[in-house]
Design a protein around this ligand. Structure first.
Ligand code: ATP
Length: 630
């Protein structure tokens, strides 16, 4: 086997301008270079290992409809914490919104996309509430805003709404020329949970826990990616190198795995629990249809996702083991997070919320993951409970990076002197983790409706500060079971995000939270991104907020999580996942699986001369060996 530490995709170069002021489409430039881990990042972790990272192992929607669907789906169901033997049905209909402009093959965007939705709200074609959609059938041929489930549930004339809800799914959204929020057709996505299993066991207290060798090895995270400026043409290139990840030519193919069960469905792909034949190990395999990606202009996002997963090495970010392709599909073989989605966990809690202590724990893990991503030059941009998976240990793992954005070469992390006269932690010098990405602005309209930051709605460009905004929304949702700016429709939600101060529920049943907690949320939800917590020094600002005074950042991954997922009787029991039905099963080792490149002739990319452009040329087929793996 040839060993190489390279074949990495690239980097972002300049952004191509779209034809709407302020919006642009990122272009990608790839190079295959070997290189070294940037010492600035290595050094950062040496300096900061005692105070920052830690840890262990290893669909999308709006709220209104999500709430209503949840209600309609779970009326007769009880939380497993109230009735331990049953999982409640869980609705999902909060759609991810993606809007920007440019090459339709590049960024998951309609070629005719023109503006962001708030502008549309101001004068362009009226936004349509997603609830106005019809019952989803097959995926549309052109990318448009996809209608999510509730409306269909509501409009159903047949009595069996739950059955219908099983067929609905949240899908990514993109604007089209007729109206940014014109409805499209949804796809199937089962809504209800598998019944009869208890998903979670509550852990008692947060005790220190050293799980295994891998965790110890990861206690000081290393980074498997280098950023480097290429002297000749000034292009930016990326390289792999790390003490703990070895990147090699791919060592497996579709035929190396047995499909066990479908555990998730996305816009263009399906996620299966699979078993590697040789090792009998379980993995989550994301299988993305090339034809669907071409139809829906999602190619660039898939390439970006592979790149981010392959270059990340952090205990709270889902681990990629292999990526490869066949003529029909792209494959991402990841660590299987048997705890399922954090979203689902929240939904099964009484009041759909958790205690302040538990919220602090998850917020801390998310903060550590965001800090790492920012250091790596990535803006995550789609933080929400649906994209947080739970490792079997109960620790979180961020997933779904198809909306993430990579910056240009960032600066080195720097030290900021402590503030005189502040509290004890503020007086200490802090690491400025923002400097790696701070100057990078992007204009795509991207995110999930209730989680979108004001600057994204305004379309004036955004930075890594959007991730701190979404952290504020996430903490709020963990505590109150809803998001703070949710309106009766998308326009109302956006207007509220731009205009309203965050309010905390005061009614008798509402969770009581401390003033420190409210202070953190308020500071993360400051509308002016330059004044928002995180604007000064990135993650360090957040970590030194008094809400986290008791958090031992270097030890989080060894703490016992507040909730431990139920394991099932055997490893293949997917007790923490919805029962996802698939109409057409993907034959992962099918006819075209032996072809390791290319696209099918009927993919729509053939020229009149019968030539085929291969937009997946730059997809990297690699196997990643992680230190501590056997
Ligand atoms: N590593 C994993 N372990 C366990 N389950 C996973 C894993 N990755 C994904 N899933 C499941 O599959 C679902 C879909 O995955 P994901 O969100 O990455 O797909 P997607 O096609 O990008 O979806 P979307 O259209 O929402 O962006 C997840 O919500 C989760 O339930």
């Amino acid at each position: 086997m040839t060993q190489l530490f390279a074949s990495s995709p690239s980097a972002m170069s300049n952004e191509k301008r779209g034809n709407f002021p302020g919006l642009s489409l990122p272009s990608r430039k790839h190079s295959n270079e070997s290189g070294h881990l940037p010492t600035k990042i290595k050094n950062f972790f040496r300096i900061n290992s005692s105070s920052s990272h830690t840890s262990s192992h290893s669909g999308s929607p709006t709220s209104n409809e999500r709430e209503r669907e949840k209600e309609s789906l779970s009326k007769n169901e009880k939380s497993p914490f109230r009735q331990s033997r049953f999982l409640p049905a869980i609705g999902r209909n909060r759609s991810t919104t993606v809007a920007s402009e440019g090459n339709p093959l590049d960024d998951g965007v309609s070629p005719t996309a023109t503006a962001n939705p708030y502008f549309a709200h101001q004068g362009q074609p009226a936004l349509r509430h997603r609830n106005e959609g019809s019952v989803p059938s097959s995926p549309p041929d052109t990318p448009e805003l996809q209608v999510t489930g509730v409306s269909a549930v509501e409009q159903a004339t047949t009595a069996n709404k739950e059955e219908l809800a099983r067929k609905l799914r949240r899908v990514a959204s993109a604007p089209n020329a007729q109206g940014l929020f014109a409805s499209g057709q949804g796809q199937d996505r089962p809504q209800t949970a598998e019944m009869g299993k208890e998903p979670l066991v509550e852990a008692s207290g947060s005790t220190l826990e050293l799980n295994n060798e891998k965790e110890l090895a990861l206690s000081v995270p290393s980074i498997g990616l280098g950023h480097k400026l290429d002297g000749d043409d000034g292009s930016f290139r990326r390289t792999y190198s790390s003490n703990s990840i070895k990147v090699r030519n791919v060592e497996v193919g579709p035929a190396s795995f047995d499909k066990i069960k479908l555990i998730g469905k996305g816009d263009v792909g399906k996620v299966y629990l699979v078993r590697e034949k040789k090792s009998s190990r379980l993995y989550a395999m994301k299988v993305l249809s090339k034809k669907e990606m071409i139809k829906r202009n999602k190619i660039k996002r898939a390439l970006a996702e592979q790149e981010i997963l392959a270059t990340s090495n952090h205990p709270f970010i889902v681990t990629l083991f292999h990526s490869f392709q066949s003529e029909d599909y792209l494959y991402l073989c990841m660590e299987y997070c048997s705890g399922g989605e954090f979203f689902r966990t929240l939904q099964t809690r009484p009041g759909k919320c958790i205690s302040e202590d538990a919220a602090r724990f998850y917020a801390a893990e998310v903060t550590a993951a965001l800090e790492y991503l920012h250091l790596m030059g990535f803006i995550y941009r789609d933080l929400k409970p649906e994209n947080i998976l739970l490792h079997q240990s109960g620790h979180i793992m961020l997933s779904d990076f198809d909306l993430s954005k990579q910056s240009g070469p960032g600066g080195a992390p720097t030290m900021i002197p402590g503030r005189v006269g502040g509290n004890a932690s503020a007086a200490l010098p802090t690491i400025d983790t923002k400097s790696c990405i701070a100057d990078f602005r992007t204009n795509s309209f991207v995110g999930t409706e209730e989680y979108i930051a004001p600057e994204v709605i305004k379309g004036c460009g955004h930075t890594s500060a959007v991730d701190w905004w979404t952290l504020g929304i996430l903490i709020y949702e963990m505590l109150y079971g809803t998001t703070p700016f949710k309106g009766k429709n998308r326009n109302a939600t956006f207007a509220s995000i731009l205009r309203d101060d965050v309010q905390f529920p005061e009614h008798s049943g509402a969770q009581q939270t401390t003033s420190l907690c409210k202070s953190l949320i308020r500071k993360l939800l400051i509308k002016d991104e330059t004044k928002r917590l995180g604007a000064r020094a990135g993650a360090s600002d957040v970590k030194t907020h008094a809400f986290f005074r008791s958090t031992q950042w270097a030890l989080i991954r060894h703490m016992k999580p507040p909730m431990i997922p139920h394991q099932g009787r055997v490893g293949t029991d997917t007790v923490n996942f919805r029962n996802v039905k698939e109409s057409a099963s993907v034959d992962i080792g099918g006819n075209n699986a032996s072809k390791l490149k290319g696209v099918p002739m009927d993919s729509g990319l053939a020229t009149p001369n019968g030539e085929l452009n291969d937009p997946f040329e730059e997809f990297n087929s690699v196997t990643l060996h992680h230190q501590g793996d056997h």
